[in-house]
Design a binder for this molecule. Structure first.
Ligand code: ADP
Ligand code: MG
Length: 356
């Protein structure tokens, strides 16, 4: 069952179109991530679901209840939706315990116990209960904001760039902690981020936004492998994009003949491969009859566990020098140095992109 349904939501601020015809279904219990560059309309969309903005047209419903349509609107405080805004927005004049307990209906001992339970669930030590927000790190503040939102036992949790203020190591840990916590609480979640690796790792449903439009949604692995167009491909990671002639399930390109997953016969098209689909071996003798292409490593970018190489293709299957440069992902320690002659072959299918 779908918890949340967005249907053709549009919103403008004056001449600025912030959202255009956005439709999305969020299944109950899912972790949906909306990813897009800054200014693509992510925050506007979350605020609309929470009830702080209203669409010019379209409607949205939660668990079958209409929240907004052309005739009525359910106000934010009646939606039972948890919302953690981008800056966490803790009450600065309240302690951690008071922040978390703010909306609880209970009092006295019962309230104290509930606050302690919530602190425990977001891995905050009980000794922090009497601290002020300014005495907490960014990660701790985010967890207080999350506990405060969870206290309301929301039907849906909205998180706006919750990890953006944290540094890399802490970020990955917080991401796992929050994912586990939300799964345990069984709360349907929508998380917004501009960070593609965060999006791919957190989501079981991913929706890509650009210029106020939702351009593609689906399982993260499917979007990574089968992006609709070049822009989406590049937004989700590094990509090798090159022209090809498509014929009977094969792409004929500078790398030779590669099977394609989506067929379009006899047409010229752009194909995409992820750099990790390219494999390097030592260059073989000229006469060798193998698929792939000879190349020279022109650049090596070492970043620890992986290495990104730039290789320049020497000769294509047709025997002509293409001079095309490609990115190849390789194990950091064993990558060939710049200047090495190599042979490039491919793994798996190439993906045919839609025309821009
Ligand atoms: P994101 O969260 O993806 O960075 P936003 O939803 O904040 O994007 O903004 C989408 C677009 O709408 C931007 O061009 C932004 O300038 C504009 N916008 C957002 N809120 C307002 C507002 N209250 N008034 C005018 N323009 C706004
Ligand atoms: Mg935003």
């Amino acid at each position: 069952m779908n918890a949340l349904e967005l249907h053709s939501i549009s919103k403008s601020y004056g001449a600025q179109k912030a959202l255009e015809n956005v439709s999305l279904s969020v299944p109950t219990g899912s972790r949906t991530v909306i990813v897009g560059p800054s200014g693509s309309g992510k925050t506007t969309l979350l605020r609309m679901i929470a009830g702080f903005e209203f669409p010019d047209s379209g409607y949205l419903s939660l668990n079958g209840q209409t929240l907004v349509d052309s005739t009525h609107e359910v106000p934010a405080h009646q939606r039972l939706i948890g919302y953690v805004p981008q800056d966490g927005a803790l009450f600065p004049h309240m302690t951690v315990a008071a922040n978390i307990g703010f909306g609880l209906a209970t009092t006295g001992r019962e309230k104290q116990e509930r606050v302690a339970e919530l602190m425990d669930s977001v891995a905050l030590d009980s000794s922090m209960a009497q601290r002020w927000p300014h005495e907490l790190s960014g990660g701790q503040q985010q967890r207080v904001a999350l506990a405060r939102a969870l206290a309301q036992q929301p039907r849906l949790m909205l998180l706006d760039e919750p990890f953006s203020a944290l540094d890399t190591g802490l970020r990955a840990n917080m991401r796992k902690l929050v994912a586990r916590l939300l799964a345990e609480a069984g709360v349907t979640t929508i998380l917004v981020t501009h960070d593609q690796s965060e999006a791919l790792s957190f989501a079981d449903q991913l929706a890509v936004m650009r210029h106020g439009r939702l351009v593609q949604s689906g399982h993260p692995l499917d979007l990574y492998r089968y992006p609709e167009d070049e822009q989406t491909a590049l937004f989700l990671g590094d990509a090798v994009v090159m022209p090809a002639r498509i014929e009977a399930g094969w792409a004929h390109c500078d790398l030779g003949r590669i099977p394609v997953n989506n067929h379009r016969n006899n047409s010229a098209a752009q194909i995409m491969l992820r750099p990790e689909q390219l494999q390097l071996a030592s260059a073989l003798p000229d006469s060798a009859e193998v698929a792939g292409c000879r190349a020279v490593v022109t650049e090596r970018d070492f970043s620890g566990n992986t290495c990104t190489l730039t290789v320049e293709l020497q000769s294509s299957a047709s025997g002509e020098d293409s001079g095309r440069s490609l990115l190849v992902r390789s194990s950091g320690m064993y990558a060939p140095p710049a200047g090495s002659a190599v042979h490039v072959s491919t793994i798996g299918h190439a993906h045919v992109l839609s025309e821009p």
